[in-house]
Design a protein around this ligand. Structure first.
Ligand code: PGA
Length: 253
């Protein structure tokens, strides 16, 4: 079975003390994960090291950064490069979140460069894609997401894309309380898998974990994760609450 993943995206929330309390609480009473189940905490840069120390001894718990710069090093005040993330044992990096695309003007090429920077430093990208409301209303979401995949991922080799993690996050469902129906999620996840299969073949496409993101919570996780092509979730708001996120982890296939 391909990896089923509950990924938290804390965004710009929590103090270090709050983060420690949250992770401790989740680690304390969480039953062991199954071999194919992963939990990833996407934490602010200053907490990467401390959070990695906390989860290091636990099997199948990992740490993600929420961003990375595409250059290797140099005079980029305020930025963080892949080698730095690697040096504090970061496992994953969230790339191309819609908030980065919208507020920080991250375009397809920059995201492709960030993916390359991650892979060169042995960091695993979690590549985000998804359409804004206007595109969904025009019913052109399939072409929109296909272009996002083609422009930022299709320079990779089949080997690099094997076991990759993609998060489909319809922008209209992020932080709005409005969730895609499980049918809408399944349809887009199947489309993503199909787009990848057409270029890379079924084996690569079937190996990729495709997470759904957008107002996932304890109350809807089981139904959404139950869909055939949904391999877990990338969770914002609900990942800040131990009870909620614990239930979301439990909802993994
Ligand atoms: P949300 O955010 O769960 O708060 O909608 C998801 C995300 O932005 O990754």
């Amino acid at each position: 079975m391909r990896k089923q993943i509950a990924a938290a995206n804390w965004k710009m929330n929590l103090t270090l003390a709050e983060a420690e309390t949250l992770v401790s609480s989740l680690l304390e009473d969480q039953e062991d994960l199954k071999e194919h189940q992963l939990v990833i905490f996407g934490v602010p840069f200053p907490y990467l090291h401390a959070m990695k120390q906390k989860v290091a001894a636990k099997k199948n718990y990992f740490i993600a950064a929420q961003n990375v710069h595409f250059q290797k090093s140099g005079a980029y005040t305020g930025e963080v490069c892949a080698a730095m993330l690697n040096s504090v044992d970061t496992d994953y990096v969230i790339i191309g979140h819609s908030e980065r695309r919208e507020y920080f003007d991250e375009d397809h090429q920059m995201l492709a460069d960030k993916i390359d920077a991650c892979l060169q430093a042995n960091l695993k990208p979690v590549f985000c894609c998804g359409e804004p409301l206007s595109i969904r209303e025009a019913q052109t979401q399939n072409a929109h997401v296909q272009a996002q995949l083609q422009e930022s991922l299709f320079h990779l080799t089949a080997e690099q894309l094997t076991d990759f993690v993609i998060a489909y996050e319809p922008v209209w469902a992020i932080g709005t309380g409005k969730t895609a129906t499980s049918l809408q999620a399944q349809q887009m996840h199947a489309h993503i898998r199909n787009v990848i299969a057409q270029k890379y073949g079924a084996a690569v496409s079937e190996s990729i974990s495709i997470l759904y993101g957008g107002s996932v919570k304890a109350a809807n996780a089981k139904e959404i994760f139950g869909e055939k092509d949904v391999d877990g979730g990338l969770v914002g708001g609900a990942s800040l609450n131990a009870e909620e996120f614990r239930a979301i982890i439990k909802a993994l296939k």
